[in-house]
Design a protein around this ligand. Structure first.
Ligand SMILES: [Zn+2]
Length: 301
């Protein structure tokens, strides 16, 4: 009986002790996962919005004569496109007149048909159309109108410039500039405080820096990226300067490795740029960035 009492007491006490310890040692609650999508009005504006779905973003502009939307961001998730349209309808009853493609990569421009069904006209750089005709991807609406070097789109009270700054992350990236709002929307070729995507496929390294300098020469204060920046912040000109410095530092260090015969594999393991360790995706993608610069020094482009 006494033994039984002891066992009962032990069975009550024992679970309490670790639980108390567990409570005392519990780490702070993990931050809640961000919601699947969000629509944010860009601060200081009445008409410019960012629609984010998971890790992709698109800008849309509400004018006095309709809405200008950008990338449908619907690859593998058609619900992102219908959500995007629903979100636009929550802030305005204006019709969606245009969808503008930032560049031809599928993760940004797949799935625009619901916009087309509402009567939107699609605009892209002329090289984007050529790429789409060559690659024939499924579920991408072909552009109705093309931009070569520059086009100014005026809709109601809003002016939006579509600017080609040369080849970089693709051969058809358009910078969308709102001169009055001093905002630009630029996708993938200007990551904010982050390294480039893996081995930078489909890229023109020799012209990339020139295109960044052209972006710097434009008049704007804030940059809306195609993937959320750190903490969701927008970019600024210092970010572009920093990115140019990163490219220059990376080029120098990989050139040395190439001269020492370390490209590709040894360089990808050994080359580091600790100055940029805190940048987004450094651990995962920096070796790929090294690989791309190795290719430049081995192949000349
Ligand atoms: Zn891209």
């Amino acid at each position: 009986m006494r033994l039984l009492r002891l066992l009962v007491a032990a069975s009550l006490a024992v679970p309490l002790l670790p639980r108390a310890l567990a409570l005392a040692q519990a780490p702070p609650a993990a931050p809640a996962a961000p919601p699947t999508f969000a629509t944010t009005k860009v601060e200081g504006n009445d008409n410019v919005y960012i629609f984010r779905y998971q890790g992709h973003q698109a800008m849309f502009v509400v004018t006095s004569d309709g809405v200008i939307a950008t990338d449908p961001i619907g690859l593998g998730r058609p619900q992102a496109v219908t959500t995007y349209i629903d979100e636009i309808k929550k802030v305005t009853s204006q019709p969606i007149k245009y969808v503008i493609y930032s560049h031809n990569h599928y993760d940004h421009i797949t799935g625009g048909q619901p916009f087309k069904d509402l009567g939107a006209r699609f605009i892209a750089h002329k090289n984007a159309k050529a790429q789409l005709e060559r690659l024939q991807p499924p579920n991408i609406v072909m552009p109705d109108e093309l931009v070569d070097q520059q086009r100014t789109l005026t809709l109601g009270d809003t002016t939006l410039e579509l600017l080609y700054v040369g080849r970089n992350h693709s051969d058809n990236s358009l910078v969308m500039r709102l001169p009055k709002e001093k905002l630009i929307f630029a996708v993938d070729f200007v990551p904010i405080q982050a390294v480039f995507w893996r081995s930078m496929p489909d890229s023109w390294l020799d012209e990339w820096e020139t295109s960044l300098k052209r972006v710097l020469a434009l008049e704007w204060d804030r940059l809306i990226p195609g993937h959320p920046g750190p903490g969701g912040r927008l970019g600024n000109k210092q970010d572009v300067e920093n990115l140019l410095q990163y490219m220059s530092d990376l080029a120098a260090v990989v050139k040395t490795a190439a001269d020492e015969g370390k490209c590709y594999d040894t360089a990808m393991k050994e080359v580091k740029l600790p100055k940029y360790e805190a940048w987004g995706n450094y651990a995962a993608w920096f070796p790929g960035n090294v690989e791309r610069y190795c290719f430049l020094y081995r192949s000349g482009f």
